[in-house]
Design a protein around this ligand. Structure first.
Ligand code: KIV
Length: 265
């Protein structure tokens, strides 16, 4: 199976074909995702909330991200595997950023990394990672690692000033060499304008239908997340699993599992 590359991302945008991205954190679900024909699997630092049960992503470490990225990369043959750089892994100095991005590739088996923020803040780090030969996906709009500064999970890019600021950030990130930009919780028209402005694809989450592609957190689209306006539950795995667990408990208690069929004579 030929691997999806950054060049594929660019070609898809040029052809007007949507890009598909979902998160994964382990081998079996990453394998299923890859078999579904997904374009990219993001090992998101949403790990902190959906897997570790934390309130935010801020305490996720590099070692944890590498551990999960390696599991995902072992399963994925066709999609691009993108490792999400956790809080403080790229914000302090470009050397740290390159070392940590490099770990995603050399230890984790990823083909690209994602990081939150603009060129204003992290331009040197982004340029250094790109110069090292590691593709960078940017992430603007609602950036969960800055949730305390932003003041909550609110829609971004509202009003003339908000929209202009996001447009400037997006153009700067394209100029810095990013191969795609995640737009999270960006007002729909602003997301459409940014998408039209850029040569590189935008990947939306909660940013409406006009982005070049979409990303969702896998647990949200499988019914594990809290209800959110931008999330659609495509299959309720939570309900299926809950039913299976209850049935197992009932059958073991009543003695209908295991039967002779599952035993060894
Ligand atoms: O961590 C994550 O899963 C993400 C996506 C929501 C884009 O950053």
């Amino acid at each position: 199976m030929p691997r999806i590359r950054t060049t594929t991302f660019r070609k898809r945008k040029e052809a007007g074909e949507k890009l598909t991205v979902l998160t994964a954190y382990d081998y079996p679900t990453a394998k299923l995702l890859d078999e579904s024909g997904i374009d990219a699997v993001l090992v998101g630092d949403s790990l902190g909330t959906v897997i570790q049960g934390k309130d935010d992503t801020l305490s996720v470490t590099m070692d944890q991200m590498i551990y999960h990225t390696a599991m995902v990369a072992r399963a994925v043959e066709g999609a691009m595997v993108i490792g999400d750089m956790p809080f403080l892994s790229y914000q302090l100095a470009p050397e740290d950023a390159v070392r940590n991005a490099g770990r995603f590739v050399s230890e984790g088996g990823a083909q690209a990394v994602k990081l939150e923020g603009s060129v204003d803040k992290f331009g040197e780090s982004i340029a250094a990672i790109v110069k090292t030969g590691i593709p960078v996906m940017a992430h603007i709009g609602l950036t969960p690692q800055s949730v305390h500064q932003i003041g909550g999970y609110k829609v971004q890019g509202r009003g003339e000033q908000g929209r202009e600021q996001l447009k400037e950030e997006a153009l700067g990130l394209q100029q810095a060499g990013c191969f795609a930009i995640v737009l999270e919780l960006v007002q729909e028209e602003a997301a459409a304008e940014i998408t039209g402005l850029l040569d590189i694809p935008t990947i939306g989450i909660g940013s409406g239908p006009y982005c070049d592609g979409q990303v969702l957190v896998m647990h949200d689209m499988l019914g594990f997340g809290p209800e959110r306006r931008f999330v659609k539950v495509f299959g309720n795995a939570r309900e299926i699993m809950a039913r299976a667990f209850k049935e197992y408990v009932r059958e073991v208690k009543e003695g209908t599992f295991p039967t002779e069929e599952q035993g060894h004579k």
